[in-house]
Design a protein around this ligand. Structure first.
Ligand SMILES: C=C(O[C@H]1C=CC=C(C(=O)O)[C@@H]1O)C(=O)O
Length: 476
């Protein structure tokens, strides 16, 4: 990627912008290949979710990720370039696609801040391959036409444009100018939107995606564990809700980020009027400045109604042999898999409590230094799926999941995130999530099964996890 220092494009200098885009067109002509012009600008204030909501188009791709407690949010939409892949080399294919695009990218702006320069947004289903007609492919990646972000009190906007040998530079300048004006003073609530406030959807029906399957699947898994087939397996169930009118996924996200400020609230849309949304507590991988963060989250208990009840559940969780075993299994697997890609992870000595609005978990944070030596996308096939959503040993447990659950997971327990040219990125695990399509919402939740698990308790645990979305979806 070629980087043009910010002084070459002083803010809001139309002449410099035209010159920059003409340079991109010259490069497209000389190389016989389109160029991506990536323009990064600091803006005074921008609210990524509100921007996404006001310019949302159902047939456009988008990705939104926010963790309110970190004061960080990014929204990106409308693909300039995109690709879909299937099969076990899908992570490598996404990496190759992005590298090829970066070879033809010219970036301008002050690229020292977070979320500047071109960022690729991506979603991977739980399984390497998906069935025909699945809601999302096994891998989707796109470079957005626009991206807005908030990070530690700073706000930014990025425009990515495709410049071809015959591109009309004047109309491109007008477009970028229009976008600058729009993002510089964003009109969040135009009159039309105010008139358009619809009543919130009401649930008309609820059905289990695989009726009667879950408790029996847990029993079968316990038998397999007893027989030594594997040590741990995560089994999920799904429910489908039909509403009296189309769901409003972006309104739901607003409520999710309020209720689960410590979680990653996210939405990924593939451009086919469907979105995959949720508020996940689980980070699969973050790399910033060569520093890697990941975590083991496994072992769950309810939240209490009073401080005393809450503490009682917390202590029982911290002392539960079954939950500690489930947890250690995840932690050790992550450490082993990092080692396989040459990364030495350092885990906190003891699991800590992670308190969410509806449930509490055991969490162990893991850190490592990676430098530039290993590409984030080369780590994903090792890291995904961790035994927090798959099982252990992976090779024995994961192939049994689909047959036991009798449903397709799709993006549930898959990976959603972004990465950039600096080998930085954030990948989160798509749990506590729902697939939204018109009036239908499919919600998923799973629980780790180890020796000593009780089918009724696991059923209650999944119900408790489903509540995260159930409670906010239809709330007006
Ligand atoms: C698979 C899910 O949760 C995982 C993450 C945290 C704790 C879990 C547990 O205690 O079972 C699960 O492994 C889900 O919420 O769908």
């Amino acid at each position: 990627m070629q980087i043009i220092p910010s002084s070459m494009l002083p803010e809001r200098d139309e002449g410099a912008l035209r010159q920059f885009l003409q340079g991109c067109r010259d490069a497209a002509r000389a190389k016989g290949h389109f160029q991506i012009a990536s323009i990064s600008l600091a803006v005074k204030h921008i609210a990524p979710l509100a921007v996404l909501q006001s310019i949302y188009e159902p047939d456009e791709l988008h990705c939104y990720i926010e963790r309110a407690s970190d004061d960080e949010a990014v929204a990106a939409a409308e693909a300039v370039v995109q690709a879909r892949f299937d099969g076990s080399d899908r992570f490598a294919s996404v990496k190759a696609f992005a590298q090829e695009i970066l070879e033809h990218t010219i970036a301008v702006g002050d690229l020292s801040e977070a979320f500047t320069g071109p960022h690729f947004f991506t979603a991977f289903s739980f399984d390497d391959t998906v069935s025909e007609g699945a809601a999302f492919p096994a891998a989707t990646v796109f470079l957005p036409r626009w991206q807005v972000s908030r990070s530690n009190g700073k706000y930014g906007a990025v425009a990515n444009l495709k410049v071809e040998a015959d591109t009309d530079i004047d109309s491109l300048v007008m477009r970028v100018w229009g976008a600058y004006r729009k993002f510089g003073a964003f009109d969040y609530l135009p009159e039309a939107a105010l008139e358009d406030v619809a009543a919130s959807p009401k649930v008309e029906s609820r059905r289990e995606l695989a009726p009667g399957v879950y408790p029996a699947a847990v029993c079968r898994a316990l038998e397999a564990i007893e027989a030594g087939a594997y040590e741990k397996i995560v089994l999920a169930r799904g429910i489908e809700l039909e509403a009296d009118r189309p769901w409003q996924p972006l309104d739901t996200l607003n409520r999710l980020r309020e209720r689960f400020a410590g979680c990653f609230t996210f939405s990924f849309a593939g451009g086919e009027a469907r979105s995959f949304i949720g508020a996940t507590p689980e980070r699969l991988l973050q790399i910033r400045n060569g520093h890697l963060l990941t975590e083991a989250i496994a072992g769950s208990a309810p939240r209490g109604q009073t401080a005393g009840e809450d503490a009682k559940y917390a202590r029982a969780l911290l002392e539960s042999e079954k939950d500690l075993h489930e947890h250690v299994c995840v932690r050790d697997s992550i450490l082993r898999r990092l080692e396989r890609v040459g990364v030495q992870g350092h885990a906190e000595p003891h699991p800590q409590l992670l308190l969410l609005a509806n449930v509490q978990h055991l969490r162990t944070r893991i850190q490592a230094e990676v430098g530039e030596s290993v590409h984030l996308l080369d780590m994903l096939p090792e890291m995904h799926p961790t035994p927090a959503v798959g099982g252990s040993p992976r090779e024995q447990a994961v192939p049994c999941i689909a047959e036991l659950e009798q449903m397709e997971r799709g993006l549930y327990a898959g990976v959603v995130g972004w990465f950039n040219h600096l080998n930085e990125g954030e990948m989160i695990v798509g749990i506590r999530s729902a697939l939204i399509e018109g009036k239908l919402a499919r919600l998923y939740a799973g629980a780790g099964i180890v020796k000593g698990s009780d089918p009724d308790k696991e059923m209650r645990e999944t119900e408790m996890k489903l509540r995260a979305l159930l409670d906010v979806l239809a709330q007006g």
